[in-house]
Design a protein around this ligand. Structure first.
Ligand code: NCD
Length: 322
């Protein structure tokens, strides 16, 4: 909403746009996470709740999505609300006829109580939040910028496993330069004490310089390297990422794709009490042979927590819980 975008959460989510992790403090995260078990219970019940009964959420997705779209859609329905789902508006809405982004946002806000937006341009969610006068906008991924709800749910998965967010060593592995989930999760982790982060990538696609600067300012211990072997034995979390083909040249893609792969050999070097995460989709960077290892959470709790955390967030933003 244009008068308070993107305001600090400051313990009160109601009516706020959710654009960036910069809006959050550890206290806000604690408040959000405190409701997640309740959301899980609701989701596992046969009937949805009525927490946001009568509310309509528009899911406006300019980019493809499986989990973010699926979990937002599920989350709204589990809370008793309804969705209007506009997938690929470039093809299926008046955007085809030349409608501006401004007019599209103004139109859809007239139908709903909140807009969830995924868009290929950095800053698009913030822009939409400024345009929407009456309803909050939730960022479901803005280009190579941020993906706050993915990071929040990934952080929840980490906390659930280790019962703390302090003193952990998180290793990010893969193509990092264009990976918004890495940007967002790194920003979140930076809020917690004693966190170590290692960024392991092919040399052409290292950490986004804005995030490097952000972490350096916060005096977070970071290492940037190209060889996973140097850090894997000490990792609590291995967070793997896909080569974001859609955000790079074909030549660069061909240089990187297939150059890093997590298989049983890497797994054997990891601590027994560690986890392997991936926001998905994966396209070969984690082999199926890893899937059944108890440390692999990317096809199980990581996906499920995505729904529960988004449920808690929507319930707060729409005033269904306090
Ligand atoms: C990611 C995304 O779209 O940012 N997936 C997700 O939302 N769970 C990762 C990706 O596209 O590779």
């Amino acid at each position: 909403m244009n008068n308070k975008s993107p305001g600090k959460i400051n313990g009160d989510f109601k009516g706020k746009d959710i654009i960036s992790l910069d809006q959050f403090t550890p206290k806000d995260i604690k408040i959000l996470f405190s409701k997640v078990p309740q959301m899980r219970t609701i989701a596992l019940k046969a009937k949805p709740s009525e927490i946001i009964a009568g509310k309509i959420v528009v899911l406006l997705f300019y980019e493809p999505s499986s989990r973010t779209f699926g979990s937002f859609s599920t989350a709204v329905k589990q809370l008793g609300g309804q969705t209007v789902e506009i997938l690929n508006p470039q093809q299926f809405s008046s955007v085809v006829k030349g409608e501006t982004f401004e007019d599209t946002i103004r139109t859809f806000e007239a139908y709903c109580d909140a807009i969830v937006l995924r868009h290929p341009e950095v800053g698009s969610a913030e822009k939409a939040a400024k345009i929407a006068k009456f309803v909050p906008v939730i960022n479901a991924g803005d280009g190579i910028g941020e993906h706050p709800t993915q990071a929040l749910s990934d952080l929840y998965t980490i906390e659930e496993k280790f019962k703390t967010l302090n003193n952990l060593h998180v290793v990010f592995f893969g193509e990092l330069a264009h990976y918004r989930s890495v940007n967002s999760l790194a920003k979140l982790l930076a809020m917690f004490k004693g966190i170590k982060m290692s960024f392991v990538s092919p040399p052409q696609v290292g950490l986004n310089p804005n995030i490097r600067e952000y972490l350096q300012k916060k005096k977070v211990k970071i290492r940037e390297l190209h060889d996973l072997d140097e850090v894997i034995g000490d990792a609590d979390v291995l967070s793997v990422s896909r080569v974001k083909k859609e955000f790079m040249s074909e030549a660069l893609y061909r240089k990187i794709q297939g150059k890093y792969v997590v298989g049983k050999k890497i797994l054997s070097k990891m601590k027994p009490n560690s986890i392997i995460m991936h926001p998905l989709p994966r396209v070969g960077e984690i082999l199926p042979e890893v899937d059944d290892d108890p440390r692999a959470v990317y096809l199980t709790t990581q996906i499920r927590n995505g729904t529960y955390v988004r449920m808690a967030l929507i319930a707060f933003v729409l005033g269904g819980i306090r």
